[in-house]
Design a binder for this molecule. Structure first.
Ligand code: GMT
Length: 381
């Protein structure tokens, strides 16, 4: 099959998932065309079945805001036509679902039909999508997609709660490639980070408010008062300056390392003992799943799709987002005894195995087939 994938190329779950999906499809013999404004972070190596089309800046002195949506639409029309794409899969509804719809209509006016599948990732429905500045377009373009998937049952439900949805939403969970995350021996990293055998707690995100990294630091503060430990903060974003300030105020600068954006996350997860994700909002929590794939238990909030991924009392614990004390107690329960930690590690890994690419990717292939056979050329969508 020839598939076009539209996503954000930035450091964020939807882009990571879309890129890994494209690479996985290419491995299985599909031809995959990524269409976006920058080469996605995880699309670094050459693959014979992978193509990349950059949406170049359509800038002009008149524009205060570059009309990216228009440039992306034109690029989609072009790539579908000249590369013979059979299906467009757009990740993150804003603005991609509307852009996909527009491209489909332009192509239809030229006698060519390409169905559009939209994958909802989270804030495109919750924080951002429900904002009146976007909501009417989000609702319309979801309903006009030929296929819609959501990354958790909770996100599917939230979509129904927030919008008038007239189309079916299929839940296809996010996935990881367990082979990539299988725990590597990185003892030299461990020695460098925790020279006296301290426990290593980790958080990975795009450092936005919704991730509540201030609470990561506050949970860690309680833990390290009882259990010698270090905290790795991986990623970067708008909250970083405030967080560095908080570390100084709490006098934790020697125990916390800001590592910035990292490509080989699996090497850092390989030395981690616990992953913290106290988010205010999280439709799935791909970063938590990546940790579990390295056998790292998770202490997280209980919002959104997190309880579908992190099983309370089994792969870690879930709590109300602001219950820092409970999250700190749970972290200490896991880290306090070696046998506890080992048991949580094993169960986290077993749970991650259920989300392996080998199980999930065929669900996307089957869904594409279903859309291709049911969507009709003269569709009113
Ligand atoms: O909104 C974000 O945090 C970024 C967003 C993205 O598109 O990168 O993340 C969302 O999609 C991920 C991949 O499906 C999910 O794992 C995250 O839980 C989700 N984030 C939120 O819902 C806050």
């Amino acid at each position: 099959m020839k598939i076009g994938i539209v996503c954000y190329p930035t450091y964020g779950g939807s882009g990571v998932l879309a890129t890994e999906l494209g690479l996985g499809l290419a491995e299985r013999g599909h031809q995959v065309h990524f269409i976006t404004y920058r080469r996605p972070a995880r699309l670094s190596n050459f693959h014979e079945n992978v193509f990349y089309h950059e949406v170049t800046d359509a800038d002009y002195p008149l524009f205060e805001f570059t009309p990216y949506d228009t440039a992306l639409t034109s690029k989609l029309v072009d790539v579908v036509k000249y590369e013979g794409l059979e299906l467009l899969h757009v990740h993150y509804a804003i603005p991609h679902a509307a852009v996909g719809y527009m491209a489909k209509k332009i192509l239809l006016s030229q006698g060519r039909y390409v169905p559009v599948v939209t994958t909802l990732h989270g804030t495109d429905i919750t924080l951002v999508g429900s904002n009146p500045a976007f909501a009417p377009v989000v609702e319309f373009s979801i309903n006009k997609s030929d296929g819609v998937t959501a990354v958790s049952n909770n996100l599917r439900q939230q979509t129904h709660d927030n919008f008038e949805i007239t189309t079916d939403i299929e839940v296809i969970y996010n996935f990881i490639d367990l082979k990539r995350f299988s725990r590597k021996n990185k003892d030299h990293f461990k020695k460098a980070i925790a020279p006296d055998g301290e426990r290593i707690l980790t958080h990975v995100s795009n450092f936005r408010k919704v991730k509540r990294i201030d609470n990561v630091i506050r949970i860690f503060k309680q833990v390290q008062e009882i259990i010698p430990s270090k905290l790795l903060l991986i990623g970067d974003g708008p909250e970083r300056r405030n967080l560095e300030q908080l570390c100084r105020e709490l006098k934790l600068c020697d125990e916390i390392r800001f590592l910035g954006k990292q490509e080989a996350i699996e090497e850092l997860l390989a030395v981690s003992d616990l992953f913290l994700m106290p988010s205010e909002n999280e439709s799935f929590g791909l970063a938590a799943l990546e940790a579990m794939a390295c056998g790292v238990p998770v202490v997280s909030s209980n919002v959104g799709g997190l309880p579908e991924v992190n099983i309370n009392g089994d792969t870690g614990f879930v709590s109300n987002p602001d219950n820092i004390d409970e999250m700190a107690r749970n972290a200490m329960h896991i880290l306090g005894k070696e046998e506890n930690l080992q048991a949580f590690r094993e169960r986290a890994l077993a749970q991650a195995n259920r989300f392996d690419i080998a199980h999930i990717l065929p669900k996307y292939e089957a869904y594409y087939e279903h859309i291709l056979t049911t969507a009709v050329y003269s569709t009113n969508k």
